[in-house]
Design a protein around this ligand. Structure first.
Ligand code: NAG
Ligand code: NAG
Ligand code: NAG
Ligand code: NAG
Ligand code: NAG
Length: 602
């Protein structure tokens, strides 16, 4: 009996030994293959660096490799300035799973940084600067929880900086200068950062929290960044004032120029009669032409049309164009005279469809007038115009008089998320990966807007599936951002809370509608889902159309995770809800994983 036990023990020990031996060989082979791929044309490289399967990387003979003292696992790989011109095979590299520091700087490496880099889960330092690496950084970098230094400067990387980077709590240096990164900067908390450099990219939008602790030289050479320490402030009251001032100034110049021409005409023709008429023409002209292509037009008196200004108070009421639209200059006089089709009435106003001269279809929101002051409205519309996100519908123009506030948008023909989810008579398929893509766009747009200071607006205030429209390319567009008035001290006539946390709740309901395919009537949906999940019938909550797709198990796992995100958003306690930025990061990760699994299938 004893003998038998001993034999068993011996066999398992032997197995262990063989196993660990072969595992080490496997690491060596992988690293050598990794090196070959770094320099595919240089057949000598493996010999030159003395990497050999027959020697131990940890006794100092493998050049560029070192191990933790007293251990037999590779800790550091430094291959700098060696003219390596191949690519990085992250999966091979990460066979050395104990790797803590990697520097490949100052070579000529090409290709992208593969998501497999997350397999090197012990990485603390990564330095890939001065190469020719391209593509976008993988979102899986966010899983490198030990990472402190990430240097990708002076490469050809592009795309968004992955928001997942903000989840690495120990990250203290991030250098990404001299690349082609675009989009907005993730919501880093720079409080604990020692180094941060995103200069010379194509980034835009507000800088992260506490960025003023770094010099301007950390943010130079990006077209659209704003906030401290840069001199471009993010849109606030100042900006709109400045625009108004230049408007006045420019129209002043026009008037001056015009009077000069008239004076000449008067002198040369020597006829006194022209003068009064010409002066009248001059003032009319002043009304029409203003700053930088923006048109101010006095609307025509009412019919049963869009606008019914009480009187011809020419200065107070004016249409301001924010964007050029396809057909040259929209004639807003015509627009206001055009018959309007009422599309719907909401708590905050009515929506009309108007076909302007030249066939351009416009959606015009007529905002209910209880609390919005003209000035606040104007300020918000102008600052909204400065903050653009591909998933937020921008206004084309706005009109503001004492009694009327209108916001004009391009009409979107493809309906809303509400239509797509609940009007199934159209029979348009709306599968899981499209739903995830839509939700990722919406959360990304909302997170961007929450970070921007738009006339100090607390958020959207009326987020729901019917306010998520689709562009001609079926990209989701958040509409009506910035149109809800800021309630002035307890005088909000609508008992719908207006705060970022309330937006997060609303986002949760949207996620639930997307997952369940059910309508939210009152706040019943959240209650129903919670009840079903509590009873552990989780699968029952999902839209049958989704379950019928026969998704992979991994996709189903992602549905459950999105459901968990949604339930956090609808937590009754506002303080317990995640921020829009956190939601966007989580959804983005799910979407990246989904896309990768789709790529694998095809
Ligand atoms: C290369 O490895 C051999 C052992 O295989 C060792 O004797 C030699 O010193 C190493 N060369 C360098 C330059 O480290
Ligand atoms: C990483 O790169 C920077 C320059 O971009 C260099 O100063 C630094 O020493 C490098 N760090 C490591 C660990 O190689
Ligand atoms: C940089 O990447 C782009 C594609 O993202 C490519 O067209 C361009 O040639 C690359 N530039 C260099 C210098 O490698
Ligand atoms: C950033 O981190 C600091 C301390 O680490 C904390 O006090 C501050 O609230 C954080 N800011 C944000 C916006 O999370
Ligand atoms: C950031 O990078 C740019 C370009 O490489 C450089 O000019 C600037 O000095 C760097 N800033 C800091 C603070 O290191």
């Amino acid at each position: 009996m004893e003998k038998h036990a001993c034999r068993l023990l011996c066999i398992s020990l032997l197995c262990l030994l063989i196993h660990s031996r072969s595992e080490r060989d496997n690491v060596k082979e992988s690293l050598i293959a990794f090196l070959r791929k770094l320099a595919p044309e240089n057949f000598q490289i493996v010999q030159d660096l003395n990497w050999s399967i027959s020697t131990d990387p940890c006794v100092g003979t493998w050049l560029g490799v070192s191990c933790r003292p007293g251990s037999r696992s590779v800790e550091t790989i430094v291959l700098e300035g060696l003219n390596l011109d191949g690519s990085i095979d992250a999966d091979l590299l990460c066979q050395a799973s104990s790797l803590a520091s990697l520097s490949l700087m100052d070579n000529s490496l090409t290709g992208d940084l593969q998501p497999g880099i997350a397999g090197c889960s012990k990485l603390i330092k990564v330095n890939l600067s001065k190469n020719r690496l391209s593509g976008s950084l993988p979102s899986s970098l966010g899983r490198l929880v030990k990472l402190k230094h990430l240097v990708v400067s002076s490469n050809n990387f592009s795309g968004d900086l992955p928001p997942s980077l903000t989840k690495i709590l120990g990250l203290i240096s991030f250098l990404a200068d001299n690349n082609h990164f675009s989009g907005s900067v993730p919501e880093f908390n720079l409080t604990s950062f020692k180094e941060f450099n995103i200069s010379f990219n194509d980034l835009s939008g507000p800088l992260p929290w506490n960025s003023e602790k770094f010099a301007q030289s950390s943010f130079l050479g990006n077209s659209g960044l704003c906030g401290k320490p840069l001199s471009t402030t993010c849109p606030t009251l100042h900006k709109s004032k400045k625009i108004v001032n230049t408007a006045v100034m420019i129209s002043g110049y026009v008037l001056l120029g015009l009077s000069f021409v008239l004076l000449l005409a008067y002198i040369s023709m020597g006829k006194k009669k022209i003068a009064p008429e010409a002066m009248k023409a001059g003032t009319d002209r002043k009304k029409v032409t203003s700053a930088s292509g923006k048109k101010r037009v006095t609307p025509y008196p009412p019919g049963d049309h869009l606008v019914a200004p009480p009187s011809q108070s020419a200065t107070a009421s004016s249409m301001v164009m924010l964007q050029k639209v396809g057909i040259g200059e929209l004639c807003f006089e015509e627009l206001l005279k055009a018959p309007a089709e009422l599309l719907g009435r909401g708590r905050f106003g009515s929506l009309y469809k108007v076909v302007a001269d030249g066939g351009v279809e416009l959606a015009v929101k007529r905002i209910k007038d209880w609390t919005v002051l003209g000035e606040e409205f104007q300020r918000k519309m102008v600052s909204m115009d400065q903050v653009r996100h591909p998933n937020v519908l921008p206004a084309i123009a706005f009109y503001c008089s004492k009694t009327e506030k209108l916001a004009v948008f391009a009409f979107q023909n493809n309906g809303s998320l509400f239509n797509l989810l609940h009007d199934n008579n159209k029979g348009r398929p709306f599968n899981w990966s499209s739903r995830l893509r839509v939700v990722a766009g919406v959360t990304s747009g909302m997170s961007f807007m929450h970070r921007s200071i738009i006339g100090h607006t607390p958020g959207h205030g009326n987020l729901k599936t019917s306010n998520i429209l689709f562009s001609s390319a079926m990209e989701p567009l958040i509409s009506e951002y910035g149109l809800r008035a800021i309630p002035s001290a307890g005088s909000d006539p609508v008992d719908l809370p207006f705060s970022r946390e309330a937006d997060v709740y609303a986002m949760g309901i949207i996620l639930l509608e997307v997952l369940t395919g059910k309508l939210n009537e009152g706040s019943d949906l959240a209650q129903w889902v919670n009840a079903v999940v509590r009873e552990e019938w989780t699968v029952e909550v999902f839209d049958r159309a989704l379950l019928a797709e026969q998704e992979s198990e991994a996709s189903e796992g992602r549905m459950v995770r999105l459901l968990q995100v949604a339930l956090k958003c609808v937590d009754p306690s506002p303080a317990a809800r995640p921020t829009m930025g956190q939601i966007a990061t989580m959804v983005q990760e799910l979407q990246t994983a989904e896309e990768r699994s789709l790529a694998c299938v095809t």
